[in-house]
Design a protein. Structure first.
Length: 143
């Protein structure tokens, strides 16, 4: 299934949050514990009373990425993206052996340069073949 760029360019909304929590099979209390936030915070995310912060979005994506099977799981991002050596050796994804978890690390050198914030970086990652290969179900969750 192809990923809708419109969906991916938005931060996780409340419907996506609820759907992903349910896909993980977690209650609000369990989700709060996993995310390191209060149950009240999870409730607020799901009601749309609070914006889902970057660190929570990142943690949520990490949990999802560990549960759902990725496409080409054996391939590292620098292989998939065919990074030239000079870029690869200067990229934190290579330095920290992040492989397909490259999207989790800030400062990776993608689309020509490193982005300073998670919000900027994840917009690039969401439409990148490395991350999107393992997250195609998120489109369903956002509908
Ligand atoms: S754009 Fe993101 S997902 Fe793609 S290779 Fe770079 S860090 Fe990884």
């Amino acid at each position: 299934m192809a990923i809708s760029e419109n969906v991916w360019r938005d931060t996780v909304n409340r419907n996506t949050f609820v759907s992903l929590r349910k896909k993980l099979g977690k209650t609000q209390a369990q989700m709060a514990q996993l995310l390191g936030v209060s149950i009240k915070a999870v409730h607020s995310y799901e009601q749309g009373w609070r914006t889902i912060p970057a660190h929570v979005e990142r943690q949520l994506f990490f949990l999802i990425s560990r549960v759902f099977e990725e496409v080409n799981p054996e391939k590292q991002c620098w292989v998939i993206k065919k990074c030239p050596k000079d870029r690869k050796y200067n990229c934190p994804a290579w330095e920290f052996k992040a492989g397909k978890l490259c999207w989790f690390i800030n400062g990776t050198i993608c689309a020509g340069h490193a982005y300073k914030t998670w919000k900027e970086k994840i917009q690039i990652c969401r439409v990148c073949e490395v991350m999107s290969a393992g997250f195609d179900f998120v489109e369903e969750a956002s509908e």
